[in-house]
Ligand binder design. Sequence first.
Ligand SMILES: [Zn+2]
Length: 463
Amino acid sequence: MPEKRCKSWDKYAASSELAPLTKKLVDFLSTNKTEREIVRSTEAQLRTLDAKSVEEIKNATAGEIVYLNWKNRAIAVARLGTQSLKDGVNAIISHGDAPRIDIKERPLYEKDQLAFFDGHYYGGIKKYQWVNIPLALHGEVHNEKGHTSAIVVGEKSDEPLFTIPDLAIHVDSEMGKRTAKEAVEGENLDALVGSANSERNSEDNEHLNIESLKKLLNSQWGLEETSLASADLSFVPAGSARELGFDRSLIGSYALDDHICVAASWFAFLEADKSPKRTIVHMIMDKEEIGSDGISGADGALFETFLLELLRLQNLPTDPLTLRRAIARTTAISADVTAGRNPLYEASYVRDQQPLCGNGVVIMKSSGSGGKYEASEARGEMMSAVIALLNTADVPWQVGSFGRIDKAGGGTLAKYIARLGADIIDIGPALLSMHSPLEIASKTDFLALKECYRVFFNGMNSV
Ligand SMILES: [Zn+2]
């Protein structure tokens, strides 16, 4: 079957859906910057839809929406189908975490009358891209009584910003001797959070008295020194997502990887059939950027636990064999972005193997690096079924691979779902500047992506 090279811009530029959908995307990206914020806002919206947590109910009927908030870091949402769960589900699995600068457990320190939060970068970044840019602090603080409060500082124009100061070029003549990787050291990714103040002890030039800063953190921002040790706090690029380019054809935003897929999957879920044949699942994982490990990653227990809950809600057996069979009949999309061709760096690509920004959703048969190590390779049967579905619905798509062999690579969460027995394939948009503070995507690719996910929810079957 020949690849369809229909550009998404050609197909959707005049669509009346483009402007309102772009606005929804920009709002989503601007207000959901961490996995915790995504889980919170998704659950809040689910409540308005009268959805029930699987933990609250004994059974559910076709058409109902149920969900599982997994540790406040990941979430799974399903609309139950008329068909038995034994026949599997159509799942779209994205991830809510994104590269950022986490703060360490004992963050606050001072030097030369300047106060810093000690940072630890999270995910794969080019460290030099994260200095001298406006940063905001996002996260949650948990007190000893078990109460959690959300914190955002630096997004509103009347709130203070933060930044990681780089070394001035005037004192960095040795700069040329360092490789790009060494340009900024990981230990130097500390954010400036204050400076000398009136309560400074003038006797002690070496040690700025930051007690007053601690008091301010507590009184104004609710950050006690002891609760900083357990807080989930990160610095992320401050500001809203924006249209990009004179023609406004692109979107520039922090965390398009992978919030553009989270948003597309969520909007598609809400638009999909209200009484589907197969149960549809919108699932947002955490920790993809650091290998999908841990309690909230795809290598954790959420996927199987949620399917067991769905079997129980349909009064079906929840033994291992029934679960395994349901998973074996499940079809899934690993909803993640991929690197589009950047024409400024021709040498990094091979002929026409690289997906193009604005050329439709990218179906990635396999990921990994080198000799396909760490790859999850979709079965050809799965890929051709997906292509048939997209062709029938006239959704622009393209295929592609990661850069030059042995020089590029990347993985997604697909392999952790694949090893349980589900057919899964990577589908997402092609981005420019992946993992930088300002990632870039085509607006019309987003419309193609939402359509692709909606068609998959509605029309996919076991292969
Ligand atoms: Zn990703």
